[in-house]
Design a protein around this ligand. Structure first.
Ligand code: NAD
Length: 476
């Protein structure tokens, strides 16, 4: 298991010698201590990425793509080991890391590997006597800061498009979950990525992250994390006016109309909030129910929530693991009290399970009914905690759905497709799922409106976000 920084193709200690303890969220046991990057280490990593940039950006796009394709193959060849590592570090159930995180990571690298030589420029029809063409030029050194909820998958979402487009990368995983990113760096070295093209600097946000965001030689910072940290990133990036891409928090409205297929909607709503212990920016954390079906829906939904199997994430039977840290577990549980103080009703869960699971950072699947203006209907809880809201008309549903600062994921369940398209059009969110929830694909743009951030990951949108348009005029 790698526990050092990865700079210029080598695993190295942090200059100041600091370390961070990485804990197993299932039982709080120490997994390993990793080197903690500080500003001087980030400077070294950025310098290495700068040195690597000219050759990497001039390499034939198809050759860059080929390396990403080889990486995808190598990830699949090491799938079981990566799944185990991610489960150990994050607490995600092994059935998910095997079935979703690892395959999605390989698929995303493969998608961008194929995309590398398909990012076309254009020729603009201008006045006679001149030829004008537009190229997509890489930005240079890109800094990437990611959170702890899907650390393995985010290596591909962040690095795939950046590298395919010809940038070099310094990535800072969360201090809580650095292990899979370091393993990916090792696999990249094995398949032949040149030294310095990718550098990994695990460390704390206020030291390593802050330095990366403010570094004068970093051309773009791509950040996934909380809205509060996103504001700090914008502030820190101002010095050299670097490009900024922000994937921030969410408070997804998942709307069930009275004509929905209730079996599908109950299962879909549980997936929307409880997958990954609710630690997903796109989680359907506001479950909005039409008055006419609300009681029946809740009866079925709470029964399902109470039946979810919590346990050791390494067991294939486990459906829900622990949250990723003790501090985060405490934050999620604090929202139960916040909800009840404002008149909310706890319909399921609302506490940590006791007995064998009490050493881990578990929270029982929690269902709370509240009002649209309550804190639990406005603030991101980021755990297995769903806030139920009732509505009586389509107009009211849209008004409630849009009444937060966020605008990331959303969903709706109805048999009436005309209604579905009308409501999808009216919801202010970067993604809307109709009769499904939380579908992602490397080709489909992913990102938020409002205070959920700006810029898009995935697809051509991501390739554009990692390049600059360069207009060339020729006097012919
Ligand atoms: P966080 O903002 O606390 O931390 C995210 C990353 O930023 C970590 O690597 C952290 O070390 C770093 N960081 C912290 N302070 C920093 C600073 N001052 N300067 C630079 N870097 C700093 O978020 P978190 O708690 O790790 O993750 C949960 C949040 O991420 C939730 O709000 C969730 O919605 C969001 N998220 C968004 C998306 C999306 O695509 N929109 C996806 C996943 C998670």
């Amino acid at each position: 298991m790698q526990n050092k920084l990865f700079i210029d193709g080598k695993f190295v200690d942090a200059a100041a010698g600091g370390t961070i303890e990485v804990l197993n969220p299932y039982d709080g046991a120490l997994i390993t201590a990793i080197a903690a990057a500080e500003a001087a280490d980030v400077d070294r990593a950025v310098a290495a990425a700068q040195r690597a940039f000219p050759a990497w950006s001039r390499m034939a796009a198809a050759d860059r793509g080929h390396l990403l394709l080889k990486l995808a193959d190598r990830i699949e060849a090491n799938a079981e080991e990566l799944a185990q590592l991610e489960t150990l570090d994050t607490g995600h159930p092994i059935r998910d890391t095997r079935g979703l995180d690892v395959p999605r990571t390989a698929a995303c690298f493969r998608y961008f590997g194929g995309m590398a030589d398909k990012l076309l420029g254009s020729v603009i029809p201008v006045e006679a006597g001149f030829l004008n063409y537009v190229q997509r030029a890489p930005i240079g050194v890109v800094g990437q800061i990611v959170p702890w909820n899907f650390p393995l998958m985010f290596t591909s979402w962040k690095m795939g498009p950046a590298l395919a487009a010809g940038n070099t990368v310094v990535i800072k995983p969360s201090e809580l979950t650095p292990l899979s990113t370091l393993r990916i760096a090792e696999l990249m070295a094995e398949v032949g990525f040149p030294d310095g093209v990718v550098n990994v600097v695990p460390g704390y946000g206020h030291t390593a992250g802050q330095r990366l965001a403010e570094h004068p030689d970093v051309g773009k910072i791509a950040f996934t994390g909380s809205t509060a940290t996103g504001r700090r990133i914008v502030e820190a990036s101002k010095g050299n006016l670097k490009r900024v891409q922000l994937e921030l928090g969410g408070k997804g409205a998942n709307i069930v109309f009275e004509d929905a297929n209730l079996d599908a909607a109950v299962n879909g709503a549980a997936w929307a909030i409880f997958h990954n212990q609710g630690q997903a920016c796109i989680a359907g954390s506001r479950l909005m129910l039409h008055d006419r079906i609300a009681d029946e829906f809740l009866e079925r939904f709470t029964r399902l929530a109470n039946s979810i199997r919590l346990g050791d994430p390494r067991s294939p039977d486990t459906e829900m693991g622990p949250l990723t840290s003790a501090q985060h577990r405490d934050k999620v549980l604090s929202y139960v009290q916040i909800a009840t103080e404002q008149g909310g009703r706890v319909l399921a869960g609302g506490k940590a399970p006791d007995g064998a699971l009490s050493a881990g950072y578990f929270v029982a699947p929690t269902v709370v009914e509240a009002k649209p203006q309550d804190r639990v209907a406005q603030e991101e809880v980021f755990g297995p905690f769903v806030t139920v809201l009732r509505f009586g008309s389509d107009e009211e549903a849209v008004a409630i759905a849009n009444a937060t600062d966020y605008g990331l994921g959303s969903g709706l369940w109805t048999r009436d497709l005309a209604r579905a398209h009308k409501v999808a059009d009216a919801i202010r969110a970067g993604m809307c799922w109709i009769n499904c929830y939380k579908r992602v694909n490397p080709g489909s743009p992913f990102g938020g409106m409002g205070q959920s951030g700006y810029g898009r990951e995935m697809g051509f949108e991501a390739m554009h976000d990692y390049t600059e348009a360069k207009s060339v005029w020729v006097n012919v």
